[in-house]
Design a protein around this ligand. Structure first.
Ligand code: HEM
Length: 216
């Protein structure tokens, strides 16, 4: 039944079968498990995106209500605590698997020609994923989140010439307060994910176009 339904959608829409787009390609012989790390990172990204969508239904991004909305998600919402944990763990694993993937790319020297542009896309992804983690850390709006953001944003002042302006821009003023929370929320759920998705599309497009490098 499902197969017939899919065939019907494919024949009417003109879309290729999705599995062909992803799976039908040539890959080098003797690939090892370290070549799965990019896929592991992508899986973690998908889990954090889906769980984040559910959390956004109940989370309230205001200085008055943010902490209470987190308590409510934990204690009152069906599977709320599980979804929060999945979000947190998939985000942490995303960072770990992405760093291991980068180490694999460095050890294998896959950053060299013709993959230089994909390496640059990867470096920007690395920064964006870190920024996603940093902005998400403030959202529970508890003491740990607050002080981590005070210390983290202070680092911006170490940048010569533009440091204090950047600090002001990040916080939305001189202090970390409700305006910072809204700013970080917007970055966390809209701006940064949008750029991550665009870059992932470019990253995968280049992997398909250039093929995967051979193991050394
Ligand atoms: C969210 C983060 C990322 C995801 C989901 C991701 C995903 C992938 C996937 C699925 C591949 C195919 C081969 C493989 O898995 O090893 C790949 C290849 C590649 N990635 Fe990433 N990646 C990410 C971040 C990065 C970063 C941070 C870098 C480097 C700074 C990077 C550089 C590369 C390069 C150069 C290749 C081509 C490797 C080759 O042909 O051997 N990626 N990526």
């Amino acid at each position: 039944m499902i197969g017939k339904a899919l065939d019907w959608i494919v024949s009417r829409s003109g879309l290729k079968e999705p599995h062909r787009v992803f799976l039908e390609r040539r890959i080098p012989e003797n690939l090892n498990y370290s070549y799965c790390l990019g896929g592991v990172a992508f899986t973690c990204f998908l889990i954090s995106a889906v769980t984040g969508l559910f959390l956004s239904i109940y989370y309230v991004p205001s200085a008055k209500d943010a902490f209470h909305s987190i308590l409510m998600i934990n204690e009152k919402i069906f599977l709320g605590r599980t979804i929060r944990s999945l979000h947190k763990w998939s985000a942490n694993l995303l960072i770990v698997s992405m760093l291991l993937h980068t180490i694999r790319v460095v050890i294998n020297r896959s950053y060299g020609p013709p993959r230089e542009l994909n390496w640059i896309a990867g470096v920007v992804l690395l920064v964006l994923v870190m920024a996603e983690g940093f902005t998400g850390y403030l959202l529970p709006w508890d003491q740990k989140a607050y002080w981590a953001t005070v210390v983290g944003t202070n680092i911006a002042t170490a940048i010569p010439f533009i440091g204090s302006e950047l600090l002001y821009l990040l916080r939305g003023g001189t202090d970390v307060n409700g305006i910072t929370l809204i700013r970080f929320y917007s970055l966390h759920v809209l701006w940064i994910p949008l750029f991550i998705i665009l870059l992932l599309w470019a990253h995968f497009h280049m992997v398909r176009k250039l093929g995967i490098s051979r193991p050394l």
